[in-house]
Design a binder for this molecule. Structure first.
Ligand code: 13P
Length: 278
C-alpha cells in the first residue's frame, strides 16, 4: 500500500480501492487492472464480514493479489473493532483502516496510535479518517456529515504517523441523494498541512470531473464500492431475465464482467492505467 500510494503521489494519479465481496468481483477487478496495467487496491469493510467472512475471504484476496501481474494491495476498510483489525493483520492484509472518526479528535488519535503500533508489527500501512461522512459505509444509514477540519487533519498526522488520511469534504457512502458538492478548499488546505496521501471515500456517483479535480488537489486513494455492487447485480439481473436457459457458470461469468467493466471505467478516470508497466 505504502509503495502504491507513494508512486501515485509521484505520478500525480489516483489508485482505485475497490470493495469486493466474492470471487467474481475479485477476478473481474484483477482482470481490469491487468488489462490496463494499473496498480490496484482490493478491500473489504468490517461491515461486510457477515457476507464475506475474513478467515475465508482473506486468503482469496491475498492469493488474487499475489498472483496478479500488477501490484495489488489488500486493505481492511473501516475497521472499528481492534480485534477485527488484528485478525486482518494476522491474515496478511498489507493495510488497515481504523475508523474512529465518530469520536473526538483526541480519542481518534488515541485509537489510531494503538492501531499504528499493531500494524507496525506486521509492516502494514494504516489509514485513519478525520471528519465524518454523512452516511455509514454500507450507505444504509444517514448521519450528520462533519467536514474535516484541516487543523485536526494536521494533528492526526503529526500525532499518529499514519500512512494516509481519509477526508470528509461533501463525499458520502452509497448513492448520493443529490449531486455531491465537494469542498476543494478543505482538501487543498489539508494537503498543504500533511505529507501523506489523502483518501476519498464514497466514490460511487462522483463525476469524472470531480474525480480529476480531487486527484489534482492531492487525493491518491479513491474508494469505490456501491458502483461495483450495483454493476454486478444489474449484470446478473439482465442475464437471468434474458437467458433462455440460465446457467450458473454463465451467470458467474456475467458477474465477473460486471465488476471488470466498472473497475476499468474508474481506473481510466483515475489515470492509473499504464502505471504498473514502467
Ligand atoms: P461507495 O459505496 O459510495 O462507493 O463508497 C465506498 C467507500 O468509501 C468504502 O469505504
Amino acid at each position: 500500500m505504502k509503495e502504491l500510494l507513494l508512486a501515485a503521489e509521484k505520478g500525480k494519479y489516483g489508485v482505485g480501492a475497490f470493495s469486493v465481496a466474492n470471487m467474481e468481483m475479485v477476478l473481474g477487478a484483477v482482470s481490469a487492472a491487468e488489462e490496463l496495467c494499473s496498480p490496484m487496491i482490493l478491500q473489504v469493510a468490517q461491515v461486510r464480514l457477515p457476507h464475506s467472512p475474513l478467515p475465508v475471504f482473506a486468503p482469496l484476496l491475498l492469493a488474487a493479489a499475489n498472483n496478479a501481474k500488477v501490484p495489488v494491495a489488500v486493505h481492511f476498510d473501516h475497521g472499528t473493532e481492534l480485534s477485527c483489525i488484528e485478525q486482518a493483520l494476522q491474515l496478511g492484509f498489507t493495510s488497515v483502516m481504523i475508523d474512529a472518526s465518530k469520536y473526538s479528535i483526541e480519542e481518534n488519535i488515541r485509537l489510531t496510535r494503538q492501531v499504528k503500533a499493531m500494524a507496525d508489527k506486521h509492516g502494514a500501512a494504516v489509514e485513519a479518517e478525520v471528519g465524518q461522512l454523512g452516511s455509514t459505509e454500507d450507505g444504509k444509514a444517514d448521519g450528520e456529515a462533519m467536514y474535516s477540519d484541516p487543523k485536526e487533519v494536521r494533528r492526526l498526522y503529526e500525532e499518529t504517523g499514519v500512512d494516509s488520511i481519509a477526508l470528509s469534504i461533501g463525499n458520502a457512502h452509497g448513492l448520493y441523494k443529490k449531486e455531491p458538492k465537494l469542498n476543494f478548499e478543505i482538501l487543498q488546505a489539508s494537503k498543504e498541512l500533511v505529507a501523506v496521501p489523502l483518501v476519498l471515500h464514497g466514490g460511487s456517483g462522483i463525476s469524472d470531473e470531480d474525480f480529476r479535480n480531487c486527484i489534482r488537489h492531492g487525493i491518491r486513494k479513491i474508494n469505490v464500492a456501491t458502483a461495483t455492487f450495483l454493476a454486478v447485480e444489474q449484470a446478473a439481473r439482465d442475464y437471468v431475465t434474458h437467458a433462455q436457459h440460465p446457467d450458473y457458470f454463465l451467470l458467474s461469468e456475467t458477474m465477473r464482467l460486471g465488476a471488470y467493466e466498472n473497475v476499468k471505467r474508474h481506473m481510466l478516470v483515475f489515470g492509473s492505467d499504464g502505471k504498473a508497466c514502467v
